[in-house]
Design a protein around this ligand. Structure first.
Ligand code: BTN
Length: 329
C-alpha cells in the first residue's frame, strides 16, 4: 500500500500543471495556508514520483507538467454515448475497483465510471499489486449491471479485451494484441490489464465492476517490484497522447461491447478475439495453482472464453481463474 497524499498536495499540483513557475507565497495565499504548509505539501510530490524545480525568487515549477483527466473533455468526445455513462474523476483512492464495488452495493447505477489519478492500493489479477504512475496512466473502473446471473458472464473479461483493442486500433495503435485471458500487449510487453469483480448470484441479476489499468507513458524508474515486461502507448507512438481522448474512445467501445454482450454473450466476439490473440497457435506452459504445469499449443478459446489447449493427451480446456500462461522458449 502506498502512502496517502494530502488533498492540498493535489490542489497545488493542479495549480502547477500549467508548467509555469508559481511562487510559494502566491500558492499559500490562494489556498489560505502558510508557506510552511505549502512546502510540506509539496514535499509529498516525491511520493507521487514527481520532481519539482525550486528556484529562489521565482518559486516552483514541475519538471514534467501533468495533464489531468477532465470530465468535460471526456464527455465532449463521448457525444451521444455520454448519456449512458456517468464519469467521475478522483484525485486519489485506494483502488477504483474497491470504491466502485462499495458504490455498487449502495445502488450506484449501471454505467457509473470512476477514474482515479492516484491509487494507493491498485489491485491486479491473482492478488497482485497494480503499479501506475500519476498522469502517465489510466486507472479506471466501470460498473455494469446485467439481468443475467454470474453464470451468464463467462467470457466477459475477454469481451472487454476486444473493446480495448478496437479502441486502441482506432486511435492508430494497430499492433496491439491480446494474451489470454485479457492482457493487452505491445511488442514491448504488457500495456494494460483488466480486473473484473462481480456481485450477485448464479441466476441473476448481477453487478460487475470492470477495472482497467493502462500505461500511457512509463515513468523513467518503474517500480522494482514489476518483474514482467511492460509496454506503453508512448513507446509505440510519435504523437502527443491525450489521456482524455484515449479514455473516451475506450469508454465508447466498452459501452458498445457490454451492450452486445448483455444480449448475445461472448460467442459473436470469439473470432475477433482470436484474431487479436498474439499467442494463437503458440506453444505454452500453463502454471496451475497446485504448482503443476501443463504444456500444449493454444488452439483458441471456447464460447465461454476458456482456453483450448492441444496437449499430448488431446484437447483440454482451462478456465482463467488461477491459471498463468507462459510462452515456451
Ligand atoms: C491485471 O492484473 O492485469 C489487472 C490489472 C487491473 C488494474 C486496474 S487499475 C483500475 C482498477 N482498480 C484496481 O485496483 N485495479 C484495476
Amino acid at each position: 500500500m502506498k502512502v496517502a497524499v494530502k488533498s492540498l498536495t493535489f490542489a497545488l499540483l493542479r495549480d502547477l500543471a500549467d508548467g509555469r513557475f508559481h511562487s510559494g507565497q502566491q500558492l499559500a495565499e490562494q489556498h489560505a495556508v502558510s508557506r510552511t504548509t505549502v512546502n510540506n505539501a509539496l514535499k509529498e510530490l516525491a511520493i507521487l514520483g514527481l520532481t519539482l524545480f525550486s528556484v529562489r525568487g521565482r518559486g516552483y515549477q514541475l519538471v514534467k507538467p501533468v495533464v489531468w483527466l477532465d470530465v468535460a473533455a471526456v464527455r465532449a468526445s463521448l457525444a451521444g454515448a455520454a448519456s449512458a455513462l456517468n464519469l467521475e474523476v478522483l484525485d486519489s483512492a485506494t483502488s477504483s475497483n474497491s470504491l466502485l464495488l462499495q458504490r455498487a452495493t449502495q445502488g450506484a447505477p449501471s454505467g457509473t465510471v470512476l477514474a482515479v489519478e492516484w491509487q494507493t492500493a491498485g489491485r491486479g489479477r491473482l492478488g497482485r499489486t497494480w503499479y501506475a504512475a500519476l498522469g502517465d496512466s489510466l486507472t479506471f473502473s466501470v460498473l455494469w449491471r446485467f439481468d443475467c446471473g454470474l453464470a451468464g458472464l463467462a467470457g466477459l473479461s475477454l469481451a472487454v479485451g476486444v473493446a480495448l483493442i478496437r479502441a486502441l486500433r482506432q486511435l492508430g495503435f494497430t499492433e496491439v494484441g491480446l494474451k489470454w485471458p485479457n492482457d493487452v500487449l505491445t511488442e514491448h510487453g504488457k500495456l494494460a490489464g483488466i480486473l473484473i469483480e462481480a456481485q450477485g448470484d448464479m441466476m441473476g441479476p448481477s453487478a460487475v465492476v470492470i477495472g482497467i489499468g493502462m500505461n500511457v507513458c512509463l515513468p523513467e524508474k518503474m517500480s522494482t517490484e514489476v518483474t514482467q515486461a511492460v509496454g506503453s502507448l508512448a513507446q509505440i507512438s510519435d504523437n502527443l497522447l491525450d489521456r482524455n481522448h484515449i479514455l473516451s474512445k475506450i469508454l465508447l467501445e466498452l459501452a458498445g461491447v457490454l451492450n452486445d454482450f448483455a444480449r448475445h454473450g461472448f460467442e459473436p466476439l470469439r473470432a475477433e478475439w482470436e484474431r487479436y490473440h498474439r499467442w494463437q497457435n503458440q506453444a505454452v506452459n500453463l502454471l496451475m495453482p497446485d504448482g503443476k504445469t501443463e504444456t500444449g499449443i493454444i488452439l483458441g478459446v471456447t464460447q465461454n472464453g476458456a482456453l483450448r489447449l492441444a496437449t499430448e493427451q488431446g484437447e483440454r480446456v482451462f478456465h482463467s481463474g488461477e491459471v498463468s500462461v507462459r510462452l515456451v522458449k
